[in-house]
Ligand binder design. Sequence first.
Ligand SMILES: *Cc1c(COP(=O)(O)O)cnc(C)c1O
Length: 375
Amino acid sequence: MNQTLQVIDHVVPAIASLKPYIPGKPIDELERELGIRNIIKLASNENPLGPSPMALEAVQQASRDIGLYPDGSGFALKNRIAALHQVASSQITLGSGSSDPLEFVVRSFVRPGERVLFSQYAFAIYPIITHAAGGVAVAVPSRNWGYDLHALAAAITSDTRVVFIANPNNPTGTWLGEHELRQFLDRIPHDVLVVVDEAYYEYASFLTAEDRDPVPDCSRWLNDYPNLVVTRTFSKAYGLAGLRIGYSLSSVAIADMFNRIRPPFNVNSLALRAAAAALDDADHLAKTLQVNRDGRAQLMQGFSALGLKYIPTVGNFISVDLQQPAIPVYNALLHHGVIVRPIANYGMPNYLRITIGLADQNQRLLEGLKQILQG
Ligand SMILES: *Cc1c(COP(=O)(O)O)cnc(C)c1O
């Protein structure tokens, strides 16, 4: 008798039927597979400058104490975040990446069979955490690659518990303005939780009221909407993806629930210290945003020169339309030592999502694309 199989038969169905998250290919893996060097990764929306030197210094200092458990309450970092957003510390939930609080939302509020809404082109984690909880994931058709808030509001039923809105959105880079988002929050039932995932918020801060409707900092709206949860991360603009740290902002009552299921010590001591230091380095953030703006212009121009259309973005990535299946081009780019992200699993089989890199990295990507598409 095969004992392994007997045990596996008892895995809860919601878990057994999950399709795991597909991350960007790590550089080491491609090195092993193809035996090539000098690989660049423009696949996971990491900061090409890396973290602030102040964050690196903080990691060095904190490394002396890694024999001790971290501060499980994250006291110092929460105070720093509270000052940044002008909220109470008790409204903050720290996580191992912002993926952690996103999962706390579903585990706290979604019973098996209840609905969780998001957009057709949305972060792959939302359906995964929904399915894991036995919830029903509903992908609402997009409009112009972004969120269709009217369709989203119309899809809310009495058994809808959570709506996930990434602003700016991944994998499309589209964004919602202050006015339309407020209108949405005003018209939906107050017993539906709205999570605004602001993983790319910093990159969109160049939009001003003159541009159109600027991207709102929804942490300012927590007093107006008790059903609002806002998530932020240190993985993107702050360049700390490898340390795994992010947070949510919510009402105190919701944060209290998250705190009950939060694994003890879910944020390590290096991450706690590095994140606080990163918030203090305004210069590094400004540099990061400048590099991103320049790289964005460089890539847009390069794509246009190749006759390629792309989705207008306010994030640190651009999704480009190859007008042919993107996986073969992705594979060919790997042989050029350039890792990008095919997004067929997001229902966009002709697109590559390309993280905006440093000028020479962008150049290598564009040259590789040119050779592959015109060679
Ligand atoms: C990258 C990303 C996150 C952040 O993930 P972490 O767990 O904080 O590293 C959250 N939401 C979206 C939409 C993202 O693209």
